[in-house]
Design a protein around this ligand. Sequence first.
Ligand SMILES: [Fe+2]
Length: 186
Amino acid sequence: MPSSLDTPQGAARLAESLLPPLGNRWLHTQAVAARARAASTAVSEEDRDLLVAAAWLHDIGYAPELRATGFHPLDGARHLETLGAPSRLVRLVAHHSGAVYEAEQRGLSAELAVYEREDSPVLDALIYSDMTTGPAGQSFDFDGRIDEILERYEPGSEVHTAISKARPYLSAAVERTRARLSDQPM
Ligand SMILES: [Fe+2]
């Protein structure tokens, strides 16, 4: 039986079946998964595999064969749903990295709202992993990553506007994750 999609193995396998042709996006994904693994002590032991699985799958919605709305968190979540993925995994992918902000720009808030957002250490750590990893897998600090996105997408574009609005929300998630990581006994 293939590994469940909410395990690192099952998630990595699905990601690897979709993302390698996308080049940098695949490099980014592998690095986000590694970052999530390294940060996984910021979440409870039973949620660590789920965090790493969500990291592997957060950007699968960019795969051309999954494209439906053109909004990758939603396209990714819907695809996972058709595969029978566990609900928390679907919802984490739907809501990764402040997706509500971009959904609003794209007029897709109602479509995204079908998926309930869990505000949890897991979502925080997923945001942390994505927001400290560059578009080709480089390591970035949070502000460097936000600035990089703002430069890559034109002012006035959905992503540029959404990321500008989401910045405080994303920053708070990164800070909470850092605090959880530094609270740990060595
Ligand atoms: Fe993404």
